[in-house]
Design a protein around this ligand. Structure first.
Ligand SMILES: C[S@@+](CC[C@H](N)C(=O)[O-])C[C@H]1O[C@@H](n2cnc3c(N)ncnc32)[C@H](O)[C@@H]1O
Length: 421
């Protein structure tokens, strides 16, 4: 049995059963709920360039402004958010849930998005072949009967030079949720098939009154003030697999894909658990530094456990050469960047749950200057006529944490610097 199969909810269900269960579940609980802001782009090349930089493409070739993008398992708003960020691209959003697609269509109607098509379809049935430059699939495949099937579908849909942005659950983040889901299924009297009608009221009672004294008690108490969709997504998921870096890497290889580089996502940015480096005694640190990228990430995953970053990565077809993190860092130091100073308007959610465009154009880099003192020193020492390596030297910042500094200056989560074309 593979490691990923050891702790999961409901491995016995068939693919088509799980599609039907997911359709019902996401029909009942709209996930995710409406965001307060829908950011736009200052120009069609802005977000494609920042995205390319995160996986080491400082020439911005892999995702062009007019890319073909697929948001697979798009839920209620991810396809709309993507179409707004990539206004020159042609975007397809698909999901099994009719209700999620209706919610997304309503955003399209309110914002006039014209580069997005929505379709109801399951990832368990491949329909696209070498068709997309960029595929985004976050929080989806681990809810399927056999996650390898939807990942094969995504792999087949990528162009040979394409990029997949994939997020699956981190095993160490899902210990409480998976344990709770298994327990409530037994308590609800339906261990083999979720029965939300029974499990939801029981869950409200558990959140209000479970006094077991374990970390589960604290975890359930944290759910108290969350929206029902968030509670359901955490505690009542019908099917849930979780992974470590190593088991995700094995899954990727079976699907003809390779892990390229981690994505600095908004959740890790908020929690502060974004670094794949870990503090180690000097004797151990040298061994850590000598490992290949995937092994290093796995060590961080194993040692940092619940504080390790999410398993959110860029993957590419594995017949394509992969740049190591060290190679990306070297290319970064040799690249000439310009400060973006970019601003763009948002669509803002009203109390009536409708969106309207605001005239205010906030800076896209938030906060406007890097918080990390070393990243800030490099940013302030930066001279747009020289490679960024010169700014490290001028600021007296060594290269010890270069991966984290690069990520905190040049990625979509920190859009401070864009490479000169
Ligand atoms: C947790 S939500 C994530 C939504 C979105 N990707 C995001 O990150 O905001 C999972 C979504 O995947 C969809 N989904 C699950 N299995 C699917 C499948 N086999 N094909 C298409 N959509 C699927 C669900 O209907 C749901 O909308």
């Amino acid at each position: 049995m593979s490691e990923s199969a050891q702790f999961q909810v409901n491995s016995s269900l068939k693919g088509e059963d799980v599609d039907a269960i997911n359709r019902d579940f996401y029909g009942r609980f709209n996930y995710p709920w409406l965001p307060m802001l829908l950011p736009t782009a200052p120009d069609p090349a802005f977000w494609p360039k920042l995205t390319c930089q995160e996986f080491g493409d400082f020439t911005h070739q892999a995702i062009r402004p007019d890319a073909r993008i697929w948001v697979a398992g798009c839920g209620t708003n991810q396809a709309a958010l993507t179409a707004l960020r990539f206004p020159g691209a042609t975007v397809l959003g698909t999901d099994v849930s009719t209700r999620s697609l209706e919610a997304c269509q309503s955003i399209i109607d309110q914002t006039g998005i014209s580069n997005l098509t929505l379709e109801q379809a399951s990832l368990n049935e491949p329909r696209h072949f070498e068709a997309f430059d960029y595929v985004i699939c976050t929080g989806v495949i681990h809810h399927n009967a056999n996650p390898e099937l939807p990942l094969q579908t995504l792999s087949k849909a990528l162009r040979p030079d394409g990029v997949l942005e994939l997020m699956v659950y981190n095993y160490y983040h899902r210990m409480h949720t998976t344990a709770y889901q298994k327990a409530i299924r037994l308590l609800g009297g339906s261990p083999d098939r979720p029965d939300i009608t029974t499990e939801l009221p029981l869950t409200h009672d558990m959140i209000a009154g479970f006094n077991g004294g374990s970390t589960m008690q604290a975890f359930l108490a944290e759910q108290q003030d969350l929206p029902e969709a968030a509670v359901a997504d955490s505690l009542l998921q019908p099917v849930e697999y979780s992974y470590t870096v190593a088991t995700l890497n094995q899954l990727a290889e079976r699907c003809g894909l390779a892990l390229h580089h981690p994505v600095f996502n908004q959740f890790d940015k908020l929690s502060g658990n974004s670094s794949w480096q870990t503090e180690l005694p000097p004797t151990v640190a040298a061994r850590f530094a000598a490992l290949d990228d995937v092994s290093r990430w796995q060590v961080t995953n194993l040692l940092m456990m619940e504080k390790s970053p999410m398993l959110w990565f860029y993957l590419r077809p594995n017949q394509r050469p992969r740049q190591t993190e060290a190679e990306v860092n070297a290319a970064f130091l040799d690249t000439v960047f310009i400060k973006t100073n970019a601003c763009a308007p948002n669509y803002i959610l009203s109390a009536e749950s409708t969106y309207s465009r605001s005239d205010f154009q906030p800076p896209l880099a938030q906060p406007p200057l890097p918080v990390n003192p070393s990243a800030r020193a490099v940013f302030e020492a930066h001279d747009p006529s020289q490679p960024i390596g010169a700014a490290f030297a001028r600021a007296g910042v060594d290269h010890t944490n270069i991966t984290d500094l690069r990520r905190q200056l040049t990625t979509p989560a920190f859009p401070y610097l864009v490479a000169k074309s």
